[in-house]
Design a binder for this molecule. Structure first.
Ligand SMILES: *Cc1c(COP(=O)(O)O)cnc(C)c1O
Length: 402
């Protein structure tokens, strides 16, 4: 039987050779390869500065630290996101203030942000910023969100873990806006299953030299210079600690892989887009499911391909649907149980499931299908057949047959 994994990283012989070369070079932690990777990454995303770190979570944490988040303040976070987006806010004893998502893109809803900001005056916590998430690789409505947040003097952080590369059209300026263009700081992920990988890794990008310098220093114990500068020719052993920092630096081993992966990022995206188009062509007519909705004014990274089940037309639920796909050799996932429905956040802040009706309604019918650059047409077709068979088996019959 064919087995289709949910994801498989695309690592070729040249990627492996680059890592081996780094291992043989005599310098394996943060050094020349990290510097080259940062410069190439900044150029690719069109950012003035890029700071390489060991995860996107670290990048988001450093972003909030550099932006000066303080205890007792609040940061708006979409409830439909991965744990990291909200968790980094709690590192400061600050409050992740959840908002609902748009029904079609499942990204942070500008209308919900507007309502939250308008009511902020009678809250005990001060909303100082927001972290937008580009759900599945489709860019959040950044022009609108940035406009609303700037007007309220809030900082803007983008969690771009899914969105290398992605863009949105801004009708005001009649330009395409790339991921990161409208944010103070943007975090990218190079986790094993993200759009490019370094095993574990991340990048913080910004247009602001001071924010970049603060994040760079905080990424390595708050030290004024890193090991490569200190131990390299003409370096000195000494350094100054401006503030206590963290241990978030990227290794040259990871950067060697990152550089190779970055060279392939457009090819990877093109293949993911083909896979998505093949899915939509093969599933679009099926009445039991809805394919992901792509807006015409977005350039989608297609990190995920999340279908939604029409539960009114099915006699089975989402989990049974996933189990039936697994039985047909197709691995799936769910992105995600909304964070306000996770025990910690529900108990700590007293959220009820229905507080965010869109996220509450949609997550119950979300199933993410496999999508990755090395996926063959045959594998895509196997998944399409499995979804069609599962939908046919699970179809709700109007009249029971005796
Ligand atoms: C994967 C992911 C992260 C965390 O990335 P790491 O590199 O694993 O820290 C953050 N936000 C979202 C939306 C993610 O999917």
């Amino acid at each position: 039987m064919t087995n289709v994994p949910f994801f498989r990283p695309d690592i070729d012989d040249e990627d492996i050779a680059a890592v081996v070369e780094a291992l043989r070079s005599g310098w394996i932690t943060t050094g020349p390869r990290v510097q080259t990777f940062e410069a190439a990454f900044a150029r690719y995303v069109g950012a003035a500065h890029a700071v390489a770190v060991n995860s996107c979570t670290a990048a988001l944490h450093l972003a909030l630290a550099a932006l000066g988040l303080r205890r007792g303040q609040a940061v708006l976070v979409p409830t439909l996101t991965f744990a990291a987006t909200a968790e980094v806010v709690t590192y400061f004893d600050a409050t992740p203030d959840f908002v609902d998502v748009e029904p079609d893109t499942l990204c942070m809803d500008p209308a919900a942000v507007e309502t939250r900001l308008a009511r902020a005056w009678n809250r005990t916590t001060e909303i100082v910023g927001a972290i937008a998430v580009h759900y599945g690789g489709q860019m959040a409505p950044m022009p609108r969100l940035a406009h609303l947040l700037r007007a309220a003097r809030c900082f803007v952080v983008e969690d771009a873990a899914h969105a290398l590369p992605a863009a949105a059209y801004d009708p005001e300026t009649e330009r395409w806006i790339s991921v990161g263009d409208l944010a103070d700081v943007t975090g990218f992920s190079f986790y094993a299953n993200k759009t490019i990988t370094t095993g574990e890794g991340g990048m913080a990008t910004t247009a602001d030299a001071t924010l970049a310098q603060t994040m760079r220093s905080l990424s390595l114990h708050g030290m004024s210079q890193d090991g490569w500068t200190r131990f390299g020719a003409g370096g000195s052993w000494d350094y100054a600690i401006a503030a206590p920092g963290f241990k978030y630096n990227m290794t040259d081993i990871a950067a060697a892989l990152g550089l190779r992966q970055l060279a392939k990022v457009d090819r990877f995206r093109a293949r993911r887009e083909e896979v998505a188009a093949r899915y939509t062509a093969g599933l679009g007519d099926l009445e039991e499911i809805e394919p992901p909705r792509e807006r015409a004014d977005r350039r989608h990274a297609w990190h995920l391909y999340p279908i939604r089940l029409r539960l009114d037309r099915l006699a089975i639920g989402r989990d049974e649907f996933g189990q039936a796909l697994a039985a047909r050799g197709v691995a799936t996932s769910v992105h995600w149980r909304p964070l306000h429905m996770q025990p910690y956040y529900a108990q700590r802040y007293g959220y009820r499931a229905e507080d965010f009706p869109v996220a509450f309604r949609e997550w119950r019918r979300l199933v993410s299908l496999p999508i990755f650059p090395g996926m063959s047409d045959a594998a895509v077709d196997h998944v399409i057949a499995a979804v069609r068979d599962t939908a046919a088996d699970g179809r709700r019959r109007k009249f029971a047959v005796a």
